[in-house]
Ligand binder design. Structure first.
Ligand SMILES: [Mn+2]
Length: 334
């Protein structure tokens, strides 16, 4: 798909003057790294580029990324869309990944391109480059830049490497391919000091992150014949410990599924009253495809990592998750 769409996307970029990029809500390394990598490439083509941070604060862990200071602290509804002729939307499976504040509608004058790797992508743009077998948008971008014959600078290389490293769990998730490592090897040649970017991200916790981890790990219950571990943290508990939204550590579900026998790890956090965010991780996505569980709950994601938002009380949300898992996988029915 990249070979076919690369010339079309380049054509649209050549026609455009003012290009908009964004980061998705609770932006991860693949979102921020991918947006900055694309920004550097477009600037190299003499385009005027605006990157907006979107709904959430940018995590401190990305402060070392080249170009990070250029990200505008605005969301989709705080900018004048009329000044842009092209919007390249990355790492976003649906329009609510541009903003959850209100429904996202594009003006007719704005061309849209969607570059992503989520199997649940809704193909909402005029051109949709969705490579669902890729572990990271940053790897899609690497292949795209190679197809365009773009000179990848050390700045671009660091941004792409961070996204690939992060979305593959440090090259250990099942989605990691030899092509991922081959791309990473090329990037490492271009930016030999790439490890400083990775270790900066991995070592930028605040005390609140550790407080959240402690809270989450002390709130684990077992379900579905002890095969599903759910950590459920209430809004009141977050308030009591003064934990900020951006300190809610997504990795807890990975920690849970690291236990032998805990086939599915679920992190559930009521980050606003009666709004529960659930993240699903599995030990074996061949056996339990967690994108199916998230999709049944109105969310989306990948086979081994997915998420959904439930608008109900925490107790009801836990019940609903257990029921949903049991209905999709009868061997896990209670
Ligand atoms: Mn991604």
């Amino acid at each position: 798909m990249i070979e076919k769409l690369a010339p079309q996307i380049l054509e649209e970029i050549k026609k455009a003057q003012n290009i908009l990029l964004h980061c998705h809500p609770s932006a991860d390394a693949d979102s921020v790294g991918g947006a900055l990598a694309m920004m550097h490439v477009l600037e190299g083509m003499d385009k005027k580029v605006t990157v907006i941070r979107g709904d959430s604060e940018i995590s401190q862990g990305f402060a070392i990324l080249p170009g990070i200071k250029k990200i505008l602290p605005k969301n989709f509804f705080e900018i004048d869309l009329a000044q842009f002729d092209l919007f390249i939307i990355q790492d976003s499976a649906s329009l609510d990944r541009i903003s959850c504040i209100a429904p996202v509608v594009f003006p007719a004058s704005l061309k849209t391109i969607n570059i992503d790797h989520h199997i649940t992508n809704k193909n909402f743009a005029e051109i949709n480059l969705v490579e669902a077998t890729y572990p990271a948008t940053c790897q899609v971008l690497y292949d795209l830049f190679v197809a365009w014959n773009v000179a990848i600078t050390p700045e671009i290389a660091k941004c792409l490497m961070l996204g690939m490293y992060s979305d593959t769990g440090g090259f250990s998730f099942q989605n990691t391919k030899s092509s991922t490592l081959a791309s990473a090897a090329d990037l490492a040649k271009i930016a030999p000091d790439f490890t400083s970017t990775l270790s900066y991200m991995d070592n930028s916790n605040t005390p609140g992150v550790i407080a959240f981890e402690a809270l989450a790990l002390s709130s684990v219950t077992l379900h579905c014949h002890n095969s599903v571990a759910i950590s459920a943290v209430s809004y009141d508990a977050l308030q009591e410990k003064k934990i900020k939204k951006e300190e809610i550590f997504v990795g807890i579900a990975n920690t849970l599924k690291s236990v032998i026998g805990w086939e599915i790890g679920v992190k559930m956090v009521e980050d606003e009253p009666n709004k529960v965010k659930a993240s699903f991780r599995t030990r074996d996505s061949g056996k339990y495809d967690v994108s199916k569980i998230a999709a049944a709950l109105g969310g989306g994601g990948h086979k081994d990592a997915s998420g959904a938002t439930l608008k109900t009380s925490l107790n009801e949300a836990v019940k609903k998750v257990v029921e949903t898992i049991g209905s999709i996988y009868p061997d896990l029915k209670e």
